[in-house]
Design a protein around this ligand. Structure first.
Ligand code: PLP
Ligand code: SF4
Length: 353
């Protein structure tokens, strides 16, 4: 066993042999290496070997998500804690904002560090999540019978070993009021080799378990990704996807149409399309609110409703998530409302007498 653990091609090896410093980027990517070095000292960089190779094949849409950009340090609009998570944290690394569910951060590590990450202030830094904070989180959940749904998040929870993740899931399963466990992870799309038979065994024991994956661009989907996702779906895990709307990367209807229809083809249901939040250092990725609305309007009716996520704005200051919907109502009268359908044609719906 020990020798397979050290094999350079297992998932941990692919992380170790990845790119962790802008100085290791080929000149065509690094621009001004000193400037990028400065960025990476503030916001850590990591591109694992698998994702790096895909990035070399696919270029821009992958590169821009993970290569540091000097604009990260110029951002004065952004907020350190854009969603006000800390003020709703009764214990460190657990956010309890809604009555029946909590967000439980179990690691601050990821297989790539996305430059637009909401938790830029935390990810990739030492000394955050410890066995003690995890124990405290579990104790808090056990002590609050109103919590039905635990969203295990990070960082990326699949960075934990099978044993460690399995231990957390088992502890959650032993709490009778916890109905649903959710895991939020980008791993199947950025390091598909992490989806091992051993991991699947651990996940299957945690049912009812849901997973929300993270894909932003159709070029992230490869044969290896498909087979990793297939293993998860075959394990009976309902799969969702949270996509971040990113300026210049996926903010066009044609790109998201390709992404969303590919996803349902892999049994992943697009769940949320997230408007960029105000994370400090990520302002250059934000799109105007109209962009997301325009995309939804363009896709509604054109692609399967199954493939259409809800557009969500996570409000700054801890207001939580609200959906943003294109308005199809043209006029509201006592007797009838008038709508416009996806082709822009007007239709009347009479109210009951
Ligand atoms: C997004 C989020 C949730 C989960 O919200 P859903 O709409 O149920 O997916 C829970 N807690 C916090 C703090 C969140 O940000
Ligand atoms: S994988 Fe998720 S938590 Fe990690 S850096 Fe990317 S967006 Fe942030």
């Amino acid at each position: 066993m020990a020798s397979t653990q050290l094999h350079p091609c297992d998932w941990r090896g692919l992380i170790r042999s990845g790119i962790h410093d802008p100085g290791d980027l080929p000149p065509s990517f690094s621009g001004d290496p000193d400037a990028l070095g400065e960025v990476a000292r503030v916001y850590p960089m990591r591109i694992n070997r698998y994702f790096w190779e895909r990035l070399l094949e696919k270029g821009e849409p992958l590169a821009r998500q993970v290569i540091p950009d000097p604009r990260e340090l110029d951002d004065t609009a952004g907020l350190e804690d854009p969603l006000g998570e800390e003020k709703d944290s009764p214990v460190l690394h657990l956010t309890h904002r809604y009555p029946d569910r909590v967000l439980f951060v179990v690691t601050l590590e990821c297989a790539v560090y996305c430059r637009f990450c909401t938790r830029k202030r935390k990810v990739g830094r030492a000394g955050g999540v410890t066995d003690d904070t995890i124990r405290a989180g579990l104790a808090y959940i056990a002590a609050h019978p109103g919590i039905r749904d635990v969203l295990v998040s990070g960082g990326d929870p699949l960075m934990l070993s099978d044993t460690k993740l399995g231990g957390i899931l088992e502890s959650l399963r032993r709490i009778p009021h916890v109905r649903v466990i959710r895991i939020g992870t980008r791993m199947p799309g950025v390091l598909p080799r992490r989806i091992t038979a051993g991991l699947i065994r651990v996940l299957k024991k945690a049912h009812p378990l849901f997973m929300n994956l993270h894909f932003n661009h159709p070029e992230e989907i490869t044969e290896e990704v498909r087979s990793a996702v297939e293993k998860l779906a075959d394990a009976g895990i309902p799969l969702g996807c949270q996509t971040v709307l990113l300026r210049g990367i996926n903010d066009r209807p044609e790109i998201l149409e390709r992404l969303f229809t590919e996803l349902i083809g892999m049994r992943i249901r697009p769940y949320y399309l997230l408007q960029g939040d105000l994370a400090r250092g990520a302002d250059h990725f934000r799109t105007p609110l109209e962009t997301g609305l325009g995309i939804l309007r363009a896709l509604r009716g054109r692609i399967s409703g199954l493939a259409l996520p809800a557009l969500m704005v996570d409000l700054p200051g801890g207001g939580g998530k609200v959906p943003l919907c294109p308005d199809y109502v043209v006029q509201k009268e006592a007797a009838a409302w008038t709508f416009r359908n996806y082709l822009g044609r007007p239709y009347r719906y009479p109210q009951p007498e």
